[in-house]
Design a protein around this ligand. Structure first.
Ligand code: ADP
Ligand code: MG
Length: 514
């Protein structure tokens, strides 16, 4: 066979390159909206049908292009965004490779209507421009992509389902919309009106409970009980650019610690700001994966920032003015409380005044009202007791006895690790000592939860939340005192809020509610 070398035509080169830049409808939408953002658009409308296989249309009111630029924009390595490699260091725009439009237009029926004052219409098929003509259009650009991958059957075959593809596009628009709340977006019928960042986040993530404010770090965290079994509630940005970073996701997850279950993922939006020499985005054509220069320092910075935001001390104590100790007018019921009022470690407790025990809630006065969910407090205290290695197990005056089912003998050793002192005697499990806040009378119920083999955070939480026995005042106060010694005193191990401060405004709002 005679080999003949021929240079590939530009349209074939573009098609091959397209594999990197445009692998799916969502990656096309991403490139197009990034171009719109770079063009200074204030409004970006996206329309997609059949998950993008039939039509992708992105319309913006950005700077638009004149006819010559419009033609050039379809050529590979044509960009208005950089001139030299040095420019990469100070890059502020989303795109820079000048590849996207060339790649996209090579794999579809492509149409662009753009105007920088004078309107032009360009039509291309498989990368070949077949029509250029003037058209009427306000300043801005509309790009339509139809019959995607019609000339790359292999790629067409490997596309996700229409539903999956649509979901990816929705996610993408949400991700970009969070970073640019001042810009109006729409995706088919869904509208994101321009608003403040908090409003945008609420619309997409739901209400946030905590705010992170650190050096080069701004974040919004949903309450731990909003954590999900998937990572879809996590939005991460570097200099407003959406990125993917297992490293940072892990730092956030670690900061949430035992506020959420082991296999749960917190919901958050996190914006990192870094100077360009501290990272490299140019590692992937999708510009999603980022390499950081000092990973461990970054990890710590994120973890500490999130921890600080989650810590109730930040939320409450900063705003507390310490009131002088004054004799409190306790009702008869409280006069025999088991705790000392002048406790040094928690001297601010002196300003607290228990008001009422409402079933599973304790209401107390302390710079306004505090409502404490005793079950959640109990779950936190109990779970933390299980974690402490040097246990303070309390010896029982009368050991608890529970019949053992066959095969349970080996698991009993796990109970010991929780600080439960036990032994086996003639097919009976004998409990000699229990951690504080686990009552002997409740132990059989705890044991039956434990037998189910779930994670300890789940067992402790379920056990406490399903409690029927009423709380006594003494118990309630003791729990409240104990929970304040816990590091994570705001949430129980499954993310339920332990207490909430009711301010006067909040009470007003309760009454306003219909
Ligand atoms: P890059 O964005 O990397 O420069 P693209 O292929 O995405 O490469 O775009 C090529 C050029 O076309 C851009 O540099 C820009 O000048 C122009 N362009 C693309 N889309 C738009 C748009 N929506 N509005 C104005 N100019 C655009
Ligand atoms: Mg681009």
């Amino acid at each position: 066979m005679v080999h003949k070398i021929a240079k590939l035509s530009q349209s074939v080169i573009n098609q091959i390159a397209a594999g990197e830049v445009v692998e799916s409808p969502s990656s096309i939408v991403k490139e197009l909206i990034e171009n719109s953002l770079d063009a200074g658009a204030k409004r970006i409308d996206v329309e997609v049908t059949s998950g993008g296989q039939e039509l992708i249309r992105v319309e913006d009111d950005g700077c638009g292009m004149g006819k010559e630029d419009a033609l050039l924009s379809l050529e590979r390595y044509a960009t208005s965004k950089i001139n030299s490699v040095d420019d990469l260091q100070s890059l502020v725009t989303m795109g820079f490779r000048g590849e996207a439009l060339a790649a996209i237009s090579s794999v579809c029926h492509f149409e662009m209507r753009t105007s920088d004052g004078t309107g032009s219409r360009l039509v291309s098929e498989g990368g070949k421009v077949i029509r250029v003509e003037p058209c009427a259009r306000n300043r801005g650009t509309t790009i339509e992509v139809r019959s995607l991958f019609y000339n790359v059957p292999a790629r067409k075959k490997f596309q996700k389902s229409k539903t999956a593809s649509m979901a990816a596009i929705s996610r993408l628009i949400e991700t970009v919309a969070i970073a640019h709340p001042e810009i109006a977006f729409s995706l088919n019928a869904r509208e994101f009106a321009p608003c403040k960042i908090e409003g945008r986040i609420e619309e997409i993530l739901g209400p946030h409970e905590h705010e992170v404010n650190g050096e080069g770090l701004v974040g919004y965290l949903a309450a731990p009980n909003k954590a999900m079994a998937m990572r879809t509630g996590q939005y991460l940005y570097l200099n407003k650019r959406p990125i993917f970073s297992p490293l940072i996701a892990k730092a956030v997850k670690e900061a949430f610690g035992t506020r959420i279950g082991e296999h749960m993922y917190p919901r958050f939006v996190l914006f990192l700001e870094m100077s360009p020499e501290q990272f490299d985005v140019n590692v992937h054509p999708q510009k999603k994966e980022v390499r950081f220069c000092n990973e461990s320092a970054l990890f710590r910075r994120v973890q500490e920032g999130v921890e600080k935001a989650l810590s109730p001390k930040q939320v409450f104590l900063d705003s507390l003015t310490f009131t002088q100790f004054e004799p409190l007018s306790f009702s008869e019921k409280f006069s025999s409380l088991p705790y000392k009022m002048e406790d040094q470690t928690f001297n601010w407790v002196v300003a607290e005044k228990p008001l009422a025990l409402l079933g599973k809630f304790l209401l107390l006065e302390k710079e306004g009202l505090f409502l404490i969910d005793l079950r959640a407090a109990h779950a936190r205290v109990l779970f933390d007791a299980f974690q402490i290695k040097e246990q303070r197990a309390q010896t029982l005056m009368w050991p608890v006895e529970i019949p053992l089912s066959p095969g349970e003998e080996e698991r009993v050793i796990e109970l010991e690790k929780l600080g439960i002192e036990c032994r086996i005697l003639k097919k009976m499990l004998i409990i000699d000592a229990l951690p504080p806040f686990l009552e002997p009378a409740d132990f059989p119920k705890f044991y039956s939860e434990w037998r189910g083999g779930k994670k300890i955070e789940e067992i402790a939480t379920k056990f406490c939340h399903s409690r029927q026995r009423p709380f006594s005042f003494e118990e309630a106060i003791a729990l409240w005192k104990e929970v304040q010694k816990c590091e994570n005193q705001l949430y129980d191990p499954m993310g339920h809020l332990i207490f909430s401060q009711l301010k006067e405004e909040d009470l007003g709002r309760v009454l306003m509610r219909k």
